[in-house]
Ligand binder design. Structure first.
Ligand SMILES: CC(C)(COP(=O)(O)OP(=O)(O)OC[C@H]1O[C@@H](n2cnc3c(N)ncnc32)[C@H](O)[C@@H]1OP(=O)(O)O)[C@@H](O)C(=O)NCCC(=O)NCCS
Length: 336
């Protein structure tokens, strides 16, 4: 049996930073400590004008390839998850060229936000275990800072730019390394986290409360709108049921999971989820202090950090769970 697994994971954060000190000067009613206490974030990285989703993905991929001695010629499929792509050329195609990957390979963009890493892992598994690909370069990358209105403190304190790269490859094995996938979608709730005028359509009819005027903002019409309490409630509603269905599919109990690595949306919401689920803090990895919410990159950044810190060890059973924009959610078990 061929079993797909995550062989290695790495990430890239742009050099530019937006710290709580910067934000607190602009929004004095939110002190440095208040932002840190509420969000768990002290700094976010912001792509400069010369950077793009594709160039950040290339940087993450170079770190992965160099640090793990992976030959570019071994890559036979690129899956790139982003919501910041060029309208015409896919970011995956730009990455294929800039990394010097072979031309006889597939390179595909996937449009998903905070659930995107789990969905991309599921796709990579299917492609590998059905014999379509052997070595999948899985990239996540977003420049959400370009959608964030500088005057909108609620989203500006949360989101940062970043990219990740994972090598997902198949090997002959008796055990499954990526398993018990559980997915969900609620397009009806999508207005709670949206760029209202995205997709070349007038946005007022899809998200009436999200216009800049209603938010007291001066806008170019392409700002990210977030209904924080609606997203919070959505997450509290769907995450416990998804955890249950992953455990059922995996035939595991909650206490048999060694580590939980959820989408790093913000610490306030993650702690609520952790308590509601009854998970001990030492088994629930939180790592967003230095990067913020980097959309589909938060889970692989957290995995990489957990590995560097020695928290994530070979053989561990890890539950991944992503949730957010769409609305979309998905989780799975990883045998590390
Ligand atoms: C955004 C969110 C943190 C706000 O929390 P909340 O408790 O509902 O916020 P409220 O508006 O009721 O404000 C409560 C207090 O927190 C403060 N606060 C809210 N957001 C804050 C932030 N980002 N930084 C600092 N303080 C914040 C408020 O000023 C208020 O302070 P006060 O009690 O001194 O007046 C919460 O709704 C949430 O986690 N939503 C999900 C958002 C998210 O993660 N989106 C991305 C998903 S992919």
């Amino acid at each position: 049996m061929v079993s797909a697994r995550i062989v290695a994971v790495d990430y890239y954060l742009p050099a530019g930073e937006l710290t709580n000190e910067h934000l607190s000067i602009q929004f004095p009613e939110w002190t440095v400590d208040k932002i840190a206490a509420k969000t768990g974030i002290r700094t976010r990285h912001i792509a400069d004008a010369a950077e793009s989703e594709a160039s950040m993905a290339v940087m993450a991929a170079r770190a992965l390839l160099d640090n793990n001695d992976i030959e570019t010629s071994s890559i036979d499929l690129v899956l790139l998850c982003t919501q910041s792509s060029d309208l015409s050329r896919s970011a995956a195609a730009t990455v294929q060229r800039q990394l010097g990957l072979r031309s006889g390979i597939a390179a595909i963009d996937i449009n998903l936000g905070c659930s995107g890493y789990v969905y991309s892992l599921g796709l990579a598994k299917g492609l590998i275990e059905s014999g379509v690909a052997k070595n999948v370069l899985l990239l996540t990358t977003d420049t959400y800072s370009r959608y964030v209105n500088a005057a909108d403190k609620s989203v500006r304190t949360l989101f940062g730019d970043g990219a990740s790269a994972s090598l997902v490859a198949g090997s002959a094995a008796d055990t499954q390394h990526l398993f018990a996938f559980a997915y969900g979608t609620d397009g009806a709730g999508g207005n709670a986290l949206i760029v209202p005028n995205g997709g070349h359509r007038p946005g007022q009819d899809i998200a009436p409360n999200s216009t800049a005027d209603n938010r007291g903002l001066v806008s170019n019409g392409f700002d990210l709108f977030m209904d924080g309490p609606a997203i919070f409630n959505f997450t509290l509603n769907v995450v416990p049921g998804t955890v249950d269905s992953i455990l059922r599919k995996a035939q595991l109990r909650l206490d048999e999971v060694d580590l939980f690595v959820f989408h790093q949306a913000n610490a306030f919401m993650l702690q609520h989820l952790r308590k509601k689920l009854g998970i001990a803090p030492e088994r629930f990895f939180i790592s967003l202090e230095n990067s913020g919410n980097t959309v589909s990159s938060t889970i692989p950044i957290a995995l990489s950090e957990a590995q560097k810190q020695g928290v994530l060890q070979p053989g561990m059973k890890v539950m991944l769970l992503g949730f957010g924009v769409g609305l979309s959610w998905g989780g799975a078990m990883v045998q590390w």
